[in-house]
Design a protein around this ligand. Structure first.
Ligand SMILES: *[C@@H]1O[C@H](CO)[C@@H](O)[C@H](O)[C@H]1NC(C)=O
Ligand SMILES: *[C@@H]1O[C@H](CO)[C@@H](O)[C@H](O)[C@H]1NC(C)=O
Ligand SMILES: *[C@@H]1O[C@H](CO)[C@@H](O)[C@H](O)[C@H]1NC(C)=O
Ligand SMILES: *[C@@H]1O[C@H](CO)[C@@H](O)[C@H](O)[C@H]1NC(C)=O
Ligand SMILES: *[C@@H]1O[C@H](CO)[C@@H](O)[C@H](O)[C@H]1NC(C)=O
Ligand SMILES: [Zn+2]
Length: 489
């Protein structure tokens, strides 16, 4: 078995006029994924939940496969923009057995992101996670920290709720894993699980158990309490592991067959989570933007994927969850019969009694893609503009200075004792008055800063914005001479 790596991919920042198409080659060789895991060892007698979990193909907590839910995680990568959110909602248009809508996870990079939409995404119970500031293949500590700082400052996501990280191009390294541990992230989700290493999520107390062919398993990384949620590959009929954007690898019919076959392998086997990992740009029709060479039209691919998702959702005991929800279950696994009643599976929206700028206010999207609401501020820098419920920054955020001083002071930043869904940033008031909605953020501060960038970020009532065009970031895949291509972004 090998992973398809004849991959050409790049994030092309398409400004108003598509001037240059940049193709970056990932350049990794074909990947053997069997027989190299021997350097991983873990003793389940000492490594115990909720803080430690050995890599295992069997469900956690001693549960039998038929006793555990089949979790499906649908994840989205890169910038959050109006049309891309629409695509995400189309994919997530299914309900869980307890009646709650499906939840997803978004690994957000900062360029082209509209922070009012990030806040809306978060407020609806979805997960917001870190995918670096500028989507670089070898991110510095500051790249990782800057993204988290902006998601907090301009989208109001509580620092402690930004728990996950995914490496751009999935190009994670021992250094990067060490760094996210240092910055207090709860998990990484960049590794690949195929069949022999199709492990349930596990902690890195004993290092990595996936991608052993890279040497990472013997690299001596030991990060107690940090989880790896491997990305589960779909093995196609050529025995090639497809990971992200499987819809680009074949006809709609092929993709449906592969996805269904692999889903059934999990569902009828050990019920490891099943993943659908997308770059919503491929599934979204933009006027004037070329489609991926050799692929079907974005709307056709989207329609097909939605059908596959609906078919999966029609099966019994299937739950569509964010990676954050999955981890809640992993830490304290309960049988199917008890899942509906777990607090993290509920879907109550806050009843604040009035419309506040908490992400749930009326947001409109113009044909031009510009997002607005009566309550959001519009931040304009050079060629970019985006909305936020907080104060705009006085200068365009950069990776080194992601949260410049605010341009005004009429909005109040989310404090660490209120979740933003209950926070009125205009009045500077937490509208949560009962224990059930009380929140205390315990995110690990980074090196003496408050965890919000370089420490110059405002403590209260401040915010910022980013300086890029409100257009689209388009991931373009070159079809390789050899034929098969899949995308590793
Ligand atoms: C992935 O990381 C390695 C090690 O830092 C680096 O040499 C390589 O250029 C990176 N690849 C990409 C696509 O950025
Ligand atoms: C949202 O705005 C529209 C148009 O202004 C209005 O008709 C609708 O009632 C608003 N919805 C909410 C929940 O306020
Ligand atoms: C504005 O954007 C243009 C095009 O990206 C860039 O060349 C210019 O340096 C920017 N100006 C400022 C003040 O950031
Ligand atoms: C920190 O932020 C300030 C602006 O508030 C900026 O001038 C400075 O360069 C930043 N320092 C570092 C080390 O990023
Ligand atoms: C934190 O501090 C240590 C030593 O004080 C330093 O080596 C490290 O680079 C710092 N990390 C960040 C993210 O600034
Ligand atoms: Zn990406």
């Amino acid at each position: 078995m090998k992973i398809s790596t004849a991959i050409l991919s790049s994030l092309v920042a398409l400004a108003v006029t598509p001037t240059s198409w940049v193709f970056a080659q990932d350049g990794t060789p074909n990947i053997p994924t069997t027989g190299t895991a021997s350097s991983y060892a873990c003793d389940p007698n000492t490594c115990k939940l909720p803080t430690c979990q050995c890599a295992s193909q069997s469900p956690p907590g001693g549960l039998k496969p038929e006793e555990v839910p089949q979790f499906v995680t649908i994840t989205f990568d890169d910038s959050i923009q109006a049309k891309l959110v629409e695509t995400a909602h189309a994919l997530l248009n299914v309900r869980n057995p307890n009646g709650c809508p499906a939840k997803g996870s978004w690994y957000v990079s900062m360029e082209y992101t509209d922070f009012s939409l990030v806040q809306q995404w978060y407020a609806n119970g979805h997960e917001v996670a870190d995918h670096t500031f500028s989507h670089v293949g070898t991110p510095s500590a500051q790249e990782i920290q800057a993204a988290r700082a902006m998601l907090h400052e301009y989208a109001g996501a509580p620092l402690g709720k930004i728990q996950g990280f995914r490496a751009p191009f999935l190009n994670y390294t021992a250094d990067t894993l060490n760094e996210i541990s240092k910055q207090g992230f709860v998990y990484d989700s960049s590794a690949t699980a195929v069949t022999d290493d199709c492990y349930w999520p596990y902690t890195l107390d004993n290092g990595m158990a996936n991608d052993c062919w890279t040497g990472i398993c013997g690299a001596g990384i030991k990060l107690p309490g940090v989880w790896e949620i491997p990305m589960y590959a779909v093995v196609d009929n050529a025995n090639t592991a497809q990971l992200m954007d499987v819809y680009l690898a074949g006809s709609s019919q092929d993709v449906t067959t592969w996805t269904t076959t692999n889903f059934d392998r999990h569902y009828n086997g050990n019920r490891q989570p099943f993943g659908i990992y997308v770059h919503p740009t491929h599934l979204t029709k933009f006027d004037g933007v070329p489609i991926v060479p050799g692929a079907e039209e974005p709307d056709v691919m989207q329609k097909n994927l939605v059908e596959v998702i609906q078919q999966i959702a029609a099966k019994e005991n299937v739950w569509f969850v964010s990676n954050a929800q999955l981890l809640e279950w992993m830490k304290n696994p309960v049988p199917i019969s008890k899942l509906a009643e777990q607090s993290y599976m509920k879907c109550d929206l806050p009843n604040t009694g009035k419309e506040i700028c908490n992400g749930l206010q009326n947001i409109t999207v113009a044909d031009t893609g510009v997002v607005s609401s009566a309550l959001t501020n519009n931040c304009n820098f050079n060629v970019t503009n985006w909305g936020t419920c907080f104060n705009c920054p006085s200068a365009a955020p950069t990776v080194d200075n992601p949260t410049p001083p605010p341009a005004s002071s009429d909005r109040h930043a989310v404090p660490d004792n209120c979740d933003s869904i209950w926070w009125d940033p205009v009045a500077g008031q937490c509208l949560c008055t009962t224990d059930s909605c009380a929140y205390k953020d315990t995110a690990v501060p980074v090196n003496g800063t408050d965890g919000k960038g370089n420490g110059s970020g405002s403590k209260d009532g401040d915010s910022a914005a980013i300086s890029i065009s409100p257009v689209v970031s388009v991931a373009v895949i070159g079809s390789v001479a050899a034929g098969a291509f899949s995308l590793l972004l």
